[in-house]
Write a protein that binds this ligand. Structure first.
Ligand SMILES: Nc1ncnc2c1ncn2[C@@H]1O[C@H](COP(=O)(O)OP(=O)(O)O)[C@@H](O)[C@H]1O
Ligand SMILES: [Mg+2]
Length: 248
């Protein structure tokens, strides 16, 4: 079982769009896939047309896997299940702070799902918190969308420093360029600069595309309504690269 986190501590960079499409590709390739929506905004929950229970269960989320299993919902797609988010997930850090080994609770929880899933995708909120530390400790790969400009570049370097400070292997961090507008000088310059600093950028890039924005209108992954469009191939390339790196 592999755990892929879609993470950045910047908001609006493409985490949710990536999580939804990576989950679709994983499931389509026959892997038993679980998308866990950790973001209280619940954007991937919404895009998969799934409703969350009204009852607040954030204080039990990390306590045992039976509770988590109870909250798993099926999706409209074969091999693809989802744990829907709810607003109360904003309290995760409070729940975690009282626990022993508070930075490794998620890792423990996800390990117990090994018999049921081949691939777990985490759609993360834009923060660098105790929950994020749990994500970094649980993930085999931390996929980081980076819009090629200076304001996205800085948090990426801060993330490497944070991993170093916590002794978490930096090789888990897999950044890729997101919302690329290749005609913009500022994007071209930033991509050159970032690649020179961090050679570990993935080769695949996701261009800026209105089809990605339409995912929230159609409430579906790209494959459902734009499989013939270039952006579908870009996400497919990203998935192939992720798969190759993780050997799945
Ligand atoms: N490649 C893209 N091209 C155009 N718009 C995009 C792209 N990726 C994401 N978006 C749009 O940008 C906004 C933020 O994307 P989202 O995936 O929700 O990011 P995050 O989860 O990091 O906040 C959404 O409105 C989404 O539709
Ligand atoms: Mg999001």
């Amino acid at each position: 079982m592999k755990v892929i986190a879609c993470y950045s501590f910047k908001g609006g960079v493409g985490k949710t769009s990536t999580a939804i499409n990576m989950a679709w590709f994983a499931a389509d390739s026959g892997q038993r896939t679980l998308l866990i929506d950790l973001d209280p905004q619940g954007a991937s929950t919404y895009c998969f047309r799934i409703k969350s229970k009204k009852q607040d269960w954030s204080d039990q989320f990390f306590s045992n896997h039976k509770t988590l299993v109870k909250h798993i919902k099926g999706s409209d797609f074969d091999n693809l299940d989802l744990v829907p988010a709810q607003l109360s997930f904003r309290q995760f850090d409070i729940a975690l702070s009282d626990m022993k080994k508070a930075d490794k609770r998620l890792r423990r929880l996800l390990r117990s799902l090994r018999p049921y899933y081949d691939c777990i995708i985490l759609d993360c909120p834009p923060s660098i918190s105790l929950l994020s530390e749990n994500v970094f400790n649980a993930a085999d790969m931390v996929l980081v969308p980076v819009i090629p400009n200076a304001l996205s570049e800085r948090p990426l370097y801060q993330l490497y420093d944070f991993f170093d400070s916590k002794d978490i292997p930096v090789k888990r961090i897999m950044p890729f360029f997101s919302m690329v507008q290749a005609q913009k000088r500022v994007h071209i310059d930033a991509m050159q600069r970032i690649k020179a600093n961090r050679p570990k950028m993935l080769k695949s890039r996701i261009p800026f595309s209105s089809d990605v924005e339409k995912m929230s209108e159609y409430r579906a992954p790209i494959a459902e309504f734009a499989a013939s469009k270039p952006v579908f191939s870009h996400y497919n390339n990203l998935w192939s690269e992720v798969r190759q790196k993780l050997k799945v």
